[in-house]
Design a protein around this ligand. Sequence first.
Ligand code: OSB
Ligand code: MG
Length: 367
Amino acid sequence: MKIERVELLHIAVPLVKPFRTSFGTQTSKDTFLLRVETDAAEGWAEFGGDPDPLYSAEFTAGAELVLRDFLVPRVAAVRDLTSAKAGPAMAAVKGHYMAKAALETALLDAELRAAGMSFATFLGSVHDRVPAGVSVGIKPSVPELLDDVRQYLDEGYVRIKLKIEPGWDLEPVRAVREQFGDALPLQVDANTAYGLSDAEHLRKLDEFGLLLIEEPLDEDNLYQHAQLQRRIATPVCLDESIHSARDASAAIAMEACRVVNIKPARVGGYLEARRIHDLARAAGVPVWCGGMLETGIGRAPNLALAALPGFTLPGDTSASSRYFAQDLTEPFVLRDGHLDVPQGPGIGVDPIPEVLRRFTVARRAVG
Ligand code: OSB
Ligand code: MG
């Protein structure tokens, strides 16, 4: 395969309602799509990050620069390029997992489209549809939270995740448990909002029978996550802390977590995501597929990944309508609590040209 052109399409797609986490409030998905033209086929990917480095150190403007000046030139220079050769060609550049993931994913999409093979087949998916959970943001009040949760349960979502932060944790969890019962699969996500000195407070969550608590402490502190896990019964799940299979194997070995959230963007792409799945499965550690409020372009390959056999917990792969009034692709629809895994070549979906034009705010060739 030979790269002929790489183009970044900056998009801003309004969310159906604001999404508040411990690190900020989002009202639209502002990111870029990476489109690669090769001599074999065209490929698409969505950058996982946001304009501000608040969830992760990566952000859209920085990713554009690192792609333009460091990643695209290295990958474009590889002879007989394949998607598998992109990672090694980019390895000398430190960090920038999400930027690397965007380029590798677009190349993998082009390669698979040319071969007529789906992401699902390539990755080794074993299900045609995957159960859908939903991530519910921090709300101004408990009644408003209960309204949102009720709406999602009525739609059929099979698992609820509550965003928490100091001051919004025990009370909303207790209210959701009281309203919807002990059988509801329920988990929380702190996005690094706590310290180890909060261990006794977080231990009070134990009585609610949560599936897991996601990323309670600092991203770069596996040691303290292990300390915390010894003091609470709720399984710790890591999101932000895991950037590689090496991170995942270290976290599992030191018992810093009992569950792993796999986001392909955060770990540099689908090839590394699959390696994390494989090693977690071998260690008996459940994984699930996280999300970054992706449009259909990013959601489609996530669904293929979520259909691998080790993804034994429902993910944050929600339907298009949970995020957008109008998605960039044909919408992903919740049926019986599940989303279908795309089966077409590559990611299996395309941006709808008219919709893409409407939400594109800038378009630049890189490299
Ligand atoms: O921590 O999982 C997270 C959204 C944006 C950034 C980080 C996170 C999230 C979510 C929602 O929790 C995931 C989704 O529905 O795509
Ligand atoms: Mg998270």
